[in-house]
Design a protein around this ligand. Structure first.
Ligand code: EPU
Length: 337
């Protein structure tokens, strides 16, 4: 464990923003993590996971603690299911691939989501009809006040759409050190209802899908729409899809008859923010070295060398414009630092 000084965070955030960390350390165990947290000479600390859901807008005058805990283990199993524990620093997609190699089902629709296992519960990652909470059993967390390990069950995490207790009143109080998942060993429950998956499976000529072919379909869809952060800096969906009342939606529909929606509850529907942003004329717009992705309007991109502040200003302009045109507030999904 080695504390470095004046380190560029560019390799540590998928947006590829080049800001400096005053101090930086990578920890590989919960014990190392506790040791670092006790260091009094660094009063300000920032926890960094996969860096896939953040926009850095300024230099970080703190000790950045990179959570680099690794390991995947089968904890128990019976005839039909298996409990698998993955450490926080495991790359999410590599973990999904490990599950597929072992023919463990559940996470295949969430293939290729950027980020690490340890940050996946914070925003309850989800894609193509499946959310993390559907397969999450519990997570072990380090309480930053007591430095003791505690366990949060699925119910205790208060999962919602791109939301959990770790984004709400437990924000900043815990570090997730590992996550326990319950996966199927056979008779996998395949989720192919999401339209894009069905059409991709048809394109791939697959009539009897397996968890592997669903993963392949999801990878193909994502690669066709979403920029690869290794090539173009981005943080996936920059905004959440807004949830509005059915009354509000009816008004909206009278002005914009083609507006799509997904049911949420008796009273509410979700409107794809990508559609709103596209209608507002931002899709594919570039402003020098940053802009809105040409194939998916929910994704803001850094073509190389953009400042976090520039991308933040663009996001504010988009929010203001959407509010003016549609009377809908769209909320950032990424954390702005
Ligand atoms: N749409 C447009 N223009 C666009 C983008 C989307 O009109 O540029 C409309 C279309 O009507 C389309 C609909 O939005 O049918 C839905 O688009 P898509 O299937 O791409 O999904 P999304 O709602 O834009 C959400 C997640 C994604 C996830 C996909 C698939 C959020 C904020 N985003 O996007 O998650 O991969 O569904 O499940 O919920 C992420 O969180 O980083 C992410 C990529």
């Amino acid at each position: 464990m080695h504390i470095k000084t004046d380190i560029s965070l560019k390799p540590y955030n998928t947006f590829g923003i080049d800001v400096n960390a005053k101090h930086f350390v990578s920890v590989t165990s919960a014990t190392e993590l506790k040791t670092v947290l006790k260091l009094k000479e660094y009063p300000n600390k920032l926890i960094l996971g996969g860096g896939s859901n953040m926009l850095l807008t300024k230099d970080v005058n703190a000790l950045v603690i990179h959570i680099n805990l690794k390991g995947i283990a089968i904890v128990s199993q019976d005839n039909s299911s298996v409990l698998v524990k993955a450490e926080a620093g495991e790359n999410w997609h590599e973990f999904v691939l490990w599950c597929l190699e072992n023919d463990f089902g559940g996470l295949e629709n969430m293939s290729l989501i950027p980020g690490n296992v340890g940050t996946s519960p914070i925003q309850n990652i989800g894609a193509y009809g499946v959310e993390l909470k559907d397969h999450f059993v519990s997570c072990e967390v380090l309480n930053l006040e007591t430095l003791q390990i505690e366990t949060f069950s699925n119910a205790e995490c208060h999962f919602g759409y791109r939301n959990s207790i770790f984004k709400q009143h437990a924000k900043g109080q815990y570090i997730i050190v590992n996550v326990l998942f319950k996966l199927t060993k056979h008779n996998h429950l395949l989720q192919t209802n999401y339209g894009a998956i069905q059409s991709q499976l048809e394109v791939m000529n697959i009539s009897k899908p397996t968890i592997k072919s669903i993963s392949d379909a999801v990878i193909a869809i994502r690669e066709s729409k979403l920029p690869n952060p290794k090539e173009i800096g981005n943080s996936g969906s920059f905004f959440k899809n807004p949830i509005i009342s059915k009354n509000h939606f009816k008004q909206l529909q009278s002005n914009f008859p083609k507006v799509p929606s997904y049911p949420v509850s008796e009273q509410e529907v979700k409107v794809p923010a990508g559609w709103l942003i596209e209608q507002a004329g931002f899709k594919g717009k570039t402003f020098g070295n940053y802009g809105v992705h040409k194939k998916q309007a929910l994704v803001l991109v850094n073509y190389g060398g953009a400042q976090g502040e520039d991308i933040l200003s663009l996001s504010k302009l988009i929010q203001k414009t959407i509010y003016r045109i549609f009377d809908i507030s769209i909320e950032a999904e990424v954390n702005i630092l």
